[in-house]
Design a protein. Sequence first.
Length: 111
Amino acid sequence: MLPEFLQIEVLRRKIRYAEEPDNPGLIKLFFELDSAPETETLLQRRLRLRAQYVLLYETVEDANNPSHWRRTCLNVIYRPLYELRQLANNALSREDVALLFTQLKSINLGA
């Protein structure tokens, strides 16, 4: 069995490159493994959630991925965004989250 941090990296790769596009459970497992440890600081939590968003955003934007996989990722991309919005406790962090929401509006999945 791989250590947890390697399991997360394997899941990241599988999600990003749609290596198992008919297995949406990968995303649920990824969120379960890539969750906040008790010792995580606010900054670490924000960085982790932002990395989750970026992973999903890049996956959705990649036209080489199957459209159903891109839509699956788009359906869950709001999870880290909403958590980031809840953690935003100053003008800079609120602006960062607002920019991510704006970026998300520009996604084009094509026909």
